[in-house]
Design a binder for this molecule. Structure first.
Ligand code: G3I
Length: 371
């Protein structure tokens, strides 16, 4: 009788032991997994690791990934001028506020992007009631109102701003881009934008942000602009390398030279929009050609792994001047590069795949201590 009644007890105890073992094993696995020791933890002694986000990323699996991997965020679009002030005096705060609340709630820092750009800028800002271009005085006053209002609203919550974005021309024979800002104000709009931002929040770090910052010709143009701002006493703290890079560029020498060149001015550097396209750089929009493959082959992946390893090695070496590294989008599930510049062509530029799983490059970036 006792044997018969003890058997269920024994089997229950065994099941409990088994469950316990499984739980302990699962906890140990989780402790090893990236969801426990994220990029932000591994890079704690180096720099914050950021990511560009949209409202749709702040719920569900992407939100979870952001919280475990990143300790800085940037609004991909929600804080741009056209999004925030679509009409004169009409401010749309909802999306930007939600991004800030998410960050505050989760102890994540915020980079502000951006205050003055030639794209995603509403048309009204350049035009008077008669439809003609406004004067320099009017345009600067509008820029001041915009910057003061936005920077004030997020004072103490946004620790660094991209104040002026992409003001240098891509053509090396020209200096500044022939934007409406430049056409109406000449180069003064740049210094003014920094002054307005600094007046609104003296504690915020202020950045000039651009792409191809490590191509020698553009590097020298940007250097010239930054030097002239510094010489005039304009409150600029650093330069943002957008870092929309590829398997082809930059090479290690170009990256190092750029970091050295800008930091020789006493400026900090933030990597503001990092991704590594598997295709060579192109800027003009076009459709995908039928003969064009967009398969992420093992060969392409290995090259991407090597490139990510190289750039992060350099970033770590320059941790005294690099004060943030931010990825432009979370995972290959959504990247602006899936549509730009080639519509319909998939790209695989980030550290997480479409299922939000870490790619080989992720492990390369995270496991540097074992090398
Ligand atoms: O909001 C409208 C929506 O109302 C409309 O229905 C839809 C139809 O196309 O477009 C939506 O706007 C899009 C916007 O993103 C918001 O999603 C624009 O078409 C689209 O062009 C825009 O693209 C953004 C691009 O900046 C604008 O130039 C990308 O998402 C964003 O990743 C990209 O980010 C820039 C940085 O700010 C500066 N450095 C380069 C970087 C990549 O281009």
């Amino acid at each position: 009788m006792s044997r018969a009644t003890n058997f269920p007890k024994l089997s229950r105890s065994l099941s409990i032991c088994f469950l316990l073992l499984i739980t302990i094993y699962a906890q140990a696995q989780r402790a090893k997994s990236p969801h426990h020791q994220g990029l932000k933890d591994v890079y704690k002694k180096y720099f914050p690791i950021g990511v560009a986000v949209a409202l749709r990323n702040l719920h569900g699996d992407e939100a979870q990934l952001i919280k475990t991997q990143f300790n800085s965020i940037t609004a991909e679009n929600a804080m741009k001028m056209a999004a925030i002030q679509p009409k004169e005096g009409v401010f749309y705060w909802k999306d930007a506020d939600s991004i800030i609340s998410f960050a505050v709630k989760n102890g994540i820092k915020v980079r502000g992007h951006n205050l003055c750009w030639h794209e995603q800028t509403p048309d009204w800002i350049f035009k008077g009631a008669d439809g003609k271009a406004v004067t320099k005085t009017v345009l600067l006053q509008r820029l001041k109102t915009h910057i003061t209002t936005v920077v004030n609203r997020y004072k103490g919550k946004i620790y660094a701003w991209d104040v002026v974005n992409e003001a240098i021309d891509d053509n090396p024979n020209h200096f500044l881009r022939d934007s409406k800002w430049y056409q109406i104000c000449g180069e003064d709009f740049i210094a003014k934008a920094f002054e307005y931002a600094h007046a609104a929040d003296p504690a915020a770090k202020l950045y000039y942000n651009d792409y191809n910052t490590e191509r020698p010709e553009k590097r020298e143009q940007i250097y010239r602009l930054l030097k002239s701002l510094k010489d005039k006493g304009v409150p600029v703290d650093g330069v943002g390398f957008q870092a929309h890079w590829s398997l082809q560029e930059p090479d290690e020498g170009a990256l190092r030279s750029a970091i050295e060149r800008y930091s020789s001015l006493g400026l900090k550097i933030q990597i503001t929009e990092l991704d590594l396209s598997i295709y060579p750089w192109e800027i003009s929009k076009r459709m995908k050609r039928p003969d064009e493959s967009d398969v992420f082959t093992a060969e392409l992946e290995n090259r991407q792994v090597a490139k990510y390893a190289m750039i992060f090695k350099v970033f770590r070496e320059y941790k005294n001047v690099i004060t943030n590294v931010t990825f432009w989008n979370i995972s290959d599930r959504y990247s602006w590069l899936n549509e730009f510049p080639v519509m319909g062509r998939k790209n695989y530029p980030l550290l997480f795949d479409r299922n939000l799983q870490p790619k080989k490059a992720y492990w390369e970036v995270i496991n540097f201590k074992n090398k």
